[in-house]
Design a binder for this molecule. Structure first.
Ligand code: NAD
Length: 267
């Protein structure tokens, strides 16, 4: 919310949010707009973000849609161009879009299924950052990448070998980028959510072969001890806002867990 002078915590900044049509990306786009950012809503289907744009505009904020598949260089390049054409600058990048992909034993994983997950989650993150960097260099800025507890603290979600690998890769990439870009005043951090209530299950294909490798490591109850259930996208959005704003001005190269202690009990 804006302060007494009408200034939000990211007032006047321009933000580029991928996966803005649903879940964590949507909540972050709305939160950043509430705090004064102009937001480009990037998603693979433009109709997914129409409602988000309406919600932001009805609350007095500014947003534009950009249809882009983050795994396609030309799509991301043109979405960044659209942002700068509209608002003349870029300050905040939330590289968030991702899929769970195909969950199956390694021996049954089709090479194409592995590639799809890595192309969207890891290459898509690289492309988002790559095409944003020339604009961010002009005034400095903040990049936030959505990784996961999977691949960083948790390795017990059977069948998620491709997903977990992509999420671990994002954290390595984030740290390389943080050091490379520090001299330009660009901060780069990752968030690692535990289970969050979103539509990500719609991007998940569980193969029947999974039962062949699954061993009982799941807690029957109580595996999200802090709030006794999954987190909400709005809780993650508050972390994104903090990392995007100057309140985190000395934080870079850091993965931050947001999981209600789930990864501590399940790691
Ligand atoms: P979601 O499915 O609700 O939203 C993801 C959005 O990304 C969708 O609107 C989808 O259309 C978009 N998208 C997917 N592939 C895309 C592509 N190739 N190009 C452009 N847009 C694309 O899921 P969510 O839970 O909000 O996921 C956001 C991020 O959070 C993902 O990176 C996911 O791995 C991560 N994450 C989610 C959870 C969870 O429990 N929900 C936990 C940890 C990490």
């Amino acid at each position: 919310m804006a302060d007494a002078n009408g200034q939000g915590r990211v007032q006047g900044k321009v933000a580029f949010v991928t996966g803005a049509g649903s879940g964590i990306g949507r909540a972050a786009a709305v939160r950043l707009a509430q705090e004064g950012a102009k937001v480009t809503l990037v998603d693979k289907k433009e109709d997914r973000v129409a409602e988000v744009q309406k919600q932001i505009e009805q609350a007095g904020g500014e947003a534009i849609p950009a249809e882009a598949d983050i795994s396609k260089p030309e799509d991301i390049e043109s979405a960044v161009r659209k942002t700068v054409d509209a608002w003349g600058r870029l300050d905040i990048v939330f590289a968030n879009a991702g899929i769970n992909g195909t969950l199956t034993p390694i021996e049954d994983m089709a090479p194409e299924d592995w590639s799809t997950t890595l192309d969207i989650n890891l290459k898509g993150t690289f492309l988002t950052v790559k095409y944003a960097v020339p604009e961010l260099k002009k005034n400095g800025g903040s990049i936030v990448i959505t990784s996961s507890i999977n691949g960083n603290r948790v390795f017990s979600n059977f069948g998620m070998s491709a997903y977990a690998t992509s999420k671990a890769g994002q954290v390595a990439f984030m740290q390389m980028a943080a050091l490379e870009l520090a001299q330009f005043g660009i901060r780069v951090n990752a968030i690692c959510p535990g289970a969050i209530s979103t539509k990500i299950d719609q991007n998940t294909e569980r193969k029947p072969e999974l039962k062949e490798i699954t061993i009982p490591v799941k807690f029957p109850e109580g595996d999200q001890p802090l709030e006794d259930g999954p987190g909400k996208p709005e809780q993650v959005a508050n972390l994104v806002l903090f990392l995007a704003s100057d309140e985190s001005s000395h934080i870079t190269g850091t993965p931050i867990y947001i999981d209600g202690a789930e990864s501590l009990i399940r790691g």
